[in-house]
Design a protein around this ligand. Structure first.
Ligand code: PXP
Length: 248
């Protein structure tokens, strides 16, 4: 029987709405607790260098108050590594923060950044974090992630989702095949395979059919959908879509 996919809910954009007015509402930690109650298997939050959505105090509260695993998305900067060492989230997902840290498509340039990443990954692992690298679904970065000793890769679904959004059917099929190939390659190297960026009900349902994926991290679409149906219903529908795609 196929394994159920885990759903990580990214609550960054609750903080985007809060910050639009500079007050305390809506509270992203309350959204995280609601997401957990609605069946999220984990919560993801990205503390960006410019603090455009999640702030340090949010991260502190998430680390302290959540009853499900926290996935701390972060640039591989000294400031963020030190914070992860202190907060000890369940997982630390390294993402590109600056232009020069990313590949043309948008994943972390693990090949170009190899030497800088080695000591940072070692520090995160020493802090007890499960390290995940957010990379493009291509052979070279996947092989490098395995060489770097990261237990998890999160494959960037942005190019696929963008092609779908623009109705570029052939390009979307090519990107889907690239993701499926990447997932198989990563799993064959012993990596746990996650996916994220730009997923919605339909894309998550389809991608769930690729058996190597273990977890999806989904934010913007769910928070947007929550405006219309509430977070609880949006998460319930996403869970159902992922289960259906997996044949459960
Ligand atoms: N995974 C990673 C590594 C991300 O950086 C993001 C946010 O860009 C997501 C997942 C969630 O993407 P989205 O908000 O488009 O669902």
């Amino acid at each position: 029987m196929a394994e159920r996919l885990r759903l990580g809910v990214n609550i960054d954009h609750v903080a985007t709405v809060r910050n639009a007015r500079g007050g305390a509402a809506p509270d992203p930690v309350r959204a995280a607790q609601l997401a957990v109650a609605a069946g999220a298997d984990g919560i993801t939050a990205h503390l960006r260098e410019d603090r455009r959505h999640i702030r340090d105090a949010d991260m502190e509260r998430l680390a302290r108050e959540l009853t499900r695993p926290l996935n701390f998305e972060m640039g591989a900067t000294e400031e963020m590594i030190a914070l992860a060492e202190r907060l000890k989230p369940h997982a630390a997902c390294l993402v590109p923060e600056k232009r020069e840290e990313r590949t043309t498509e948008g994943g972390l340039d693990v090949v170009g950044q190899r030497d800088q990443l080695v000591p940072k990954i070692a520090r995160l692992k020493a802090a007890g974090c499960r390290v995940s690298l957010f990379i493009e679904p291509d052979e070279a970065p996947i092989a490098m992630a395995a060489e770097l000793g990261a237990p998890v890769v999160e494959l960037h679904t942005g190019s696929w989702c963008e092609a779908l959004t623009h109705g570029e059917t052939d390009a979307a099929e090519a990107q889907f095949a690239r993701l499926a190939r990447g997932a198989a390659h990563a799993a064959a190297l012993g990596l746990e395979v996650h996916a994220g960026h730009g997923l919605d009900f339909d894309s998550a349902r389809r991608l769930a059919g690729v058996p190597e994926f273990v977890e999806f991290n989904i934010g913007h679409f769910l928070i947007g959908e929550a405006i219309f149906t509430g977070l609880d219903a949006a998460i319930g529908r996403m869970r159902a879509a992922m289960d259906e795609g997996r044949g459960l």
